[in-house]
Design a binder for this molecule. Structure first.
Ligand code: XLS
Ligand code: NI
Ligand code: NI
Length: 434
């Protein structure tokens, strides 16, 4: 045991009336909702990068946190792992997620970075034997180091493409060894700053080829998890190729990857793309490509990806509504891709942030389940489309041509009468549950 969390002990569920700030008020892991425990519905994960690797910098100032594990030595990386697993345990977090760069010191070359990664994976493996926390997903950080400044698989330099392929292989191996349930690719630098120096078609082809290698390798090693791509429209690149769910789905189809790759959707990224989170979830679900979610929230005034912990039950409820409607998570889960603010220095802040996020998600999911069980929204939806169930309209959809339909419009004097979309009534219905 390290002494980082001092006297803090395992966080318990105490119910909404408890005034203990370090207790769950809404997340009771064992509570059954729609035949499944909250723990199994939500599948929470702690993100290693925000909670343990991020130093509290912003564009105007550097490190604000003073963690005993900051530094490049292997011993520090192990101390960081010790503290990380202590947080997982305090929270009863079923999962965690990591990038290679979060967990191991960067080496002087690829071989050294690889051996550092393997040493930490050994260490994780040992810790995971006695821990209840599993790996939701692993990923490669191919955006921080300067070698990736012009992209990873889309870099104009083939040596960077090669370095990226070797990096992804090493991270897939690590994820596989640790029993990871998914493998994520987020392409923060897969995009461009200016078209003046960018061959967009070439770069997209390279990215498509790269992702095909990832899928081939998954099958080769027998990794049973899901490969996930994470959309984001911009930041750090001015324009990112994986712009949003719809763009990614088109990309996956173009390169023959539908059925092989799903999406990891993030609340803040949806907002940056000009969508709501539930829009992104519904788009992915409609194509059977909903994989997992990164839960957080943006500051709506700043327009940045501020990665705050979620704090808005109505928003979260609509997201889980669409997740539950599509059958819930299989290999995916709710990863807190979220960090405490840079003034939140204390270990207690880290714990409280996760408690708050878990409570908000639990409230959202319970509200979503109650809305589904009530059935009012689904009923209104099926009523709105009910006329499509008549034989004549089914026929029109399946076999109609512009000529045959025109004939029917003329013969039957079809003269559509607009009907209310009832938006306010439906919003009021939602408000009964959130
Ligand atoms: C950044 C992304 C990143 C991915 C993992 O905005 O959300 O954290 O989730 O590389
Ligand atoms: Ni993000
Ligand atoms: Ni993310």
């Amino acid at each position: 045991m390290t002494d980082f969390f001092g006297s803090l002990s395992k966080i318990k569920y105490e119910g909404p009336d408890s005034d203990n700030p370090l207790a769950f008020h809404h997340y009771n892991p064992d509570e059954m909702v729609m035949g499944k425990s909250l723990k199994d519905h939500l599948r929470f994960a702690v993100a290693y990068w925000h909670s343990f690797a991020w130093e509290g910098g912003d564009p105007f100032g550097g490190r604000t946190f003073d963690r005993p594990w900051f530094g490049d030595e292997m011993a520090k990386a192990k101390l960081k792992a010790d503290v990380a697993f202590e947080l997982f345990d305090l929270l009863g977090a079923p999962f965690f997620c990591f990038h290679d760069a979060d967990v191991r010191p960067e080496g002087r070359n690829f071989a050294e970075s690889l051996s550092n990664l393997n040493e930490i994976v050994d260490y994780f493996e040992e810790k995971m034997e006695s821990s209840e926390t599993k790996l939701l997903w692993g990923t490669a950080n191919m955006f921080s180091n300067r070698r990736f400044m012009s992209g990873a698989s889309t870099n104009p330099d083939p040596d960077v493409y090669a370095y990226s392929a070797a990096t992804v292989k090493s991270c897939m191996d690590a994820t596989f060894r640790l029993g990871g349930q998914n493998y994520v690719l987020w392409g923060g630098r897969e995009g461009y700053e200016t078209l003046l120096n960018t061959d967009l078609k070439k770069e997209l082809d390279h990215m498509g080829r790269f992702l095909n290698m990832v899928v081939d390798y998954k099958h080769k090693i027998g990794f049973k998890g899901t490969i996930l791509v994470e959309p984001k429209p911009q930041e750090p690149s001015k324009h990112q190729y994986d712009f949003d769910a719809a763009t990614c789905i088109g990309f996956l189809r173009k390169y023959g990857l539908e059925g092989e790759v799903k999406l990891n959707l993030e609340q803040g990224h949806a907002i940056l793309a000009g969508h709501s989170f539930e829009h992104e979830i519904a788009v992915a679900a409609a194509d059977g490509m909903l994989g997992s979610i990164d839960m957080n929230r943006n500051d709506y005034q700043s327009g940045w990806d501020t990665d705050q912990f979620p704090n808005n039950t109505p928003e979260v409820a609509l997201a889980y509504y669409h997740i539950l409607k599509s059958g819930g998570f299989t290999t995916g889960g709710t990863n807190f891709d979220a960090k405490v603010r840079r003034q939140s220095l204390d270990p207690e802040d880290l714990v409280a942030a996760h408690i708050g996020g878990m409570d908000i998600c639990a409230r959202g999911l319970k509200a979503a389940a109650a809305m589904l069980e009530d059935g009012g929204l689904e009923k209104a939806l099926s009523e709105r489309y009910a006329d499509w169930e008549t034989d004549v309209n089914k026929d029109m959809l399946a076999k109609g041509s512009l000529e045959s339909i025109t004939e029917r419009v003329l013969n039957e004097d079809i003269n559509p009468q607009p009907r209310s979309g009832r938006q306010e009534i439906l919003e009021n219905l939602v408000n009964r549950f959130v």
